[in-house]
Design a protein. Structure first.
Length: 154
């Protein structure tokens, strides 16, 4: 990923400073209301979807079994616009996702989350290649090859 910036003679470390988007707070509020999440209510936001139609079944394993709050699962069938999830991302107590564009969005938000868990969608090299792009303190799940094949069936 960093090579793309080098080709333009740009520093890749400050990419988030140039990433601009306009949030639609009305759509964000409708999404929050759909899940009946109140202001300051603790919840976990999770996503196991990636690519066009792939699922990483390992994401469920990182969510604490004894969590007594709501666990909200992101889905493109609820809204295909990733930016509609900004309020949910900002206000989640924990975020558990597959490594996707969500990692980039998180780096542009003011998060409350105490725990950020990212599951690699590719075996072994994902973390090494892209981890340095993000300033958020992601905890990366390490899988054995057998575990990864079990959870990611493409």
């Amino acid at each position: 990923m960093t090579a793309k910036y080098l080709g333009c003679d740009m520093d890749w470390r400050d990419w988030a400073d140039y990433f601009k988007y306009t949030r639609n707070h009305e759509r964000e509020t409708r999404l929050r209301e759909l899940f009946n999440i109140k202001e300051n209510e603790p919840f976990i936001l999770a996503n196991k979807n990636y690519g066009f139609n792939f699922i990483h079944n390992g994401v469920e394993n990182s969510i604490p079994k004894d969590y007594d709050g709501k666990v909200i699962w992101m889905s493109p069938s609820i809204t295909p616009k990733i930016f509609d999830w900004c309020w949910m991302l900002e206000n989640a107590e924990e975020i558990h996702i597959v490594e996707t564009s969500i990692n980039y969005i998180v780096d542009t938000l003011n998060l409350k989350a105490k725990k950020l868990i990212s599951h690699p969608r590719h075996y072994e090299h994902t973390r090494m290649i892209i981890e340095r792009l993000f300033s958020a303190p992601w905890q990366w799940v390490d899988y054995t090859e057998e575990e990864w094949k079990q959870y990611v069936k493409n």
